[in-house]
Write a protein that binds this ligand. Structure first.
Ligand code: WTA
Length: 656
């Protein structure tokens, strides 16, 4: 079946779903025909799987591009769709969350219990003065309260902004400020790598004076007790979840809101240092989240045990932990901790313990398991797995094959899913019961999605050639804007191909001879580290914020485990080098970035150099620094202001 020869250049292996899988699959090939025949009618039909308090009469309004509306005159309540309607349909006893804490504690939460908790919390939020349209920041570990918080905010028509618990106080502060959040929901801490990682202290710092005065919009901080570490308390402002939520009434009738009511803001990296608040709304987002979870993950809520390993701090956690699976009435695993705590087989132990049938994770995780060797997963019974998913970055064919063989027992189809914070839901993927998959290709646009690969002028490059990925038609879960910055929204995604009206995704791609999509990585100055987007500019500005650093350039260098790794080149201040011993400065700078932005941004390497390569107009030539970081021959240096500088840098890097 498989030829290993030259598969890096031309992948020749093919994997068709078994007849048995294809037959039971939710999605069949006719979906492509339906969507081609009438795209808007297709999406309207998917949206009708939700409960609409007031049905919509029209799918798309694209009369004012790039500002789309979907199902605009319809009204629904997102939380009702994820909770109450399942209870009313008689599934209240079905388990929604199979929660596993890192220390090994567990909680099983049924749909009835989760609905009850969300209703109480909705009453608490209303009592605290949170109204529809207000912003609530959520800074929590992966505990059931995190999901409940998102749903309670949605239930009252307010807007959540979830900030990943690994982000620092400064990152949290800038996100709280940008959104103008009224309330923060956090916990004393969470467990990570066997230790308590405190969260409330970071909130206290974030709300304090960070150099421009104390934070002004936050009125209250609601705190879940998880780790029982000592926390400081500000009377009036700080409130314990366990004091308020259990005591609140569990009667709460969900009010319908318009389909275009904002649901959440999620911050992501752009090419400038300032994170972008990606805005998503309700009806279209939920429709595509639920549809893709059903069609791509092949979710059968009565029988499947689904596990998406993403944190709710990322878009994958929003769409494929909270909204998609719960809208579909799924039973899912949520795990608080890291994959290797307390032992490297922890994930596989969880798969076996709960009989996980669908696993959705990231290539970086798969590669780190590959590194540890197959003997670890082989100690656990993984025979329950029937579908595997990948997201966050291109998955190389080796990792794909390993995933299929070692984890999926050569049985479970793999869906490699391409999408973005901005797209809200999966856009490119196999349909697992239909597509004959190729290791390394994300395959084809989903039914109802239209894309192309074009050159800088927007001309189709044709099969076999690399170019820029564009989305050529609006889709229901598309971002509706950047919070507070409509100009930046247009500029970032729409201006490049304004004549054609294409959405520019920022990714390079190639369509092969059969029209299957191969992603080639970001084309802008955004890195992808372990499936998370980091901006080079943001890390550079953190570095120059350090007293030792005069200038910094950051590049993403390919890394066997994390996809890309952060590599920084720093020029130190003369005043600093004269007055200080440079021993330890590299480690100090790595730690500094970790403290400023969060541990995921910590550079793998920091090189101290005397100069950076610049063009005559002063632009840093990152391409050359990437060559050095990846140990390659340095490319064309003719446009450098000083052509000698690269030889100097190479000497300094190698001389280390
Ligand atoms: C990359 C994560 C190749 C891509 C859902 C995109 C991928 C960015 C894939 C979005 C994939 C995500 N194959 N590349 N299957 N999935 N990407 O916003 O560069 O965190 O633009 O959303 O990740 O990252 P984000």
């Amino acid at each position: 079946m498989s030829s290993q020869i030259d598969h890096l250049l031309t992948e020749t292996r093919r994997f068709a779903p078994s007849a048995e899988f294809a037959e039971q699959a939710n999605a069949h090939a006719d979906l492509y025909d339906e969507a081609t025949a009438d795209r808007e009618a297709f999406w309207a039909e998917q949206a009708r799987a939700l409960h609409w308090e007031k049905p919509f009469t029209k799918a798309l309004d694209w009369s004012n591009p790039p500002f789309a509306t979907w199902f605009e005159d319809g009204e629904l309540n997102v939380a009702y769709n994820c909770l109450d309607r399942h209870v009313e349909a008689g599934h209240g006893d079905r388990i929604a969350l199979l929660w596993e804490g890192e220390p090994g504690d567990e909680r099983r939460v049924t749909y009835a219990e989760l609905t009850d908790e969300v209703k109480r919390l909705a009453n608490v939020l209303t009592d605290l003065g949170v109204e529809s349209g207000d912003r609530v920041a959520i800074y929590l570990p992966m505990i059931p309260e995190a999901v409940a918080s998102m749903l309670a905010v949605a239930r009252i028509g307010a807007i959540h902004s979830v900030v990943f618990g690994g982000f620092s106080a400064d990152s949290l502060r800038s996100r709280i400020d940008d959104a103008g959040a009224k309330l923060v929901i956090t916990s004393d801490g969470g467990y990570r790598k066997g230790k308590i990682s405190p969260l409330k202290p970071a909130v206290d710092q974030a709300l304090g004076d960070r150099g421009h005065g104390p934070q002004e919009t936050v009125e209250h901080v609601l705190v879940v007790k998880r780790t029982e570490n000592e926390v400081s308390w500000q009377e009036e402002r700080d409130l314990w979840w366990h004091d308020l939520v259990p005591a609140a009434s569990a009667d709460h009738v969900a009010q319908p809101f318009p389909a275009e009511n904002p649901l959440f803001i999620l911050y992501t990296s752009g090419t400038t240092g300032k994170p972008k608040g990606i805005l998503h709304t309700s009806g279209g987002y939920l429709a595509q989240a639920a549809f893709t979870n059903k069609a791509v993950h092949d979710l059968h809520p009565e029988t499947d045990v689904y596990w998406c390993t993403a944190d709710i701090g990322w878009i994958t956690g929003h769409t494929y932990v909270t909204y998609g699976p719960l809208a579909n009435g799924a039973t899912q695993v949520i795990y608080e901790g890291t994959p290797d705590t307390p032992h490297p087989g922890r994930w596989w132990e969880i798969v076996a313990k709960y009989g996980v049938t669908i696993l959705y994770t990231a290539p970086t995780a798969i590669r780190s398991f590959m590194k540890l060797g197959r003997s670890i997963p082989e100690q656990h019974d993984l025979s329950s797995l029937r579908l595997l998913g990948s997201v966050g970055e291109p998955i190389n064919p080796e990792a794909w094959m390993w995933y299929r063989h070692v984890i999926g027992g050569d049985r479970a189809p793999i869906v490699d899913t391409w999408w973005q914070t901005e797209t809200g839901a999966i856009m490119v993927s196999a349909l697992p019961g239909v597509t004959e998959t190729k290791p390394g290709s994300a395959q084809v646009p989903l039914p109802g999605i239209s894309l192309d690969v074009v050159d800088d002028q927007g001309q189709e490059v044709g099969n076999g050639n690399g170019g820029l990925l564009v989305l050529t038609e609006p889709w229901p879960s598309m971002l509706r804007g950047i919070w507070g910055d409509p100009e930046r929204f247009k500029e970032t995604y729409w201006d490049k191909f304004a004549d054609q009206g294409f959405y520019f995704a920022g990714d390079g791609a190639r369509l092969d001879e059969e029209g299957d999509v191969w992603f080639l990585g970001r084309v802008d100055d955004v890195m992808n580290v372990s499936g998370h987007r980091l901006s080079t500019t943001e890390i550079e500005s953190a570095l120059v914020g350090n007293e030792a650093v005069a200038e910094a350039a950051v590049v993403g260098a390919s890394d066997e485990t994390t996809g890309q790794a952060v590599v920084a080149y720093c020029v130190l201040k003369n005043s600093y080098t004269q007055a200080h011993d440079l021993e330890g400065v590299v480690d100090a700078l790595r730690k500094w970035v970790g403290d400023q932005i969060g541990p995921i941004a910590r550079p793998r390497d920091v090189y101290i150099v005397t100069e950076l390569p610049k063009t005559r107009s002063g632009k840093i030539m990152r391409r050359l620094l990437r060559d050095v970081a990846e140990g390659r021959e340095v490319g064309d240096t003719t446009t450098l202001a000083d052509t000698m500088v690269m030889a100097t840098i190479k000497g300094q890097v190698i001389g280390k």
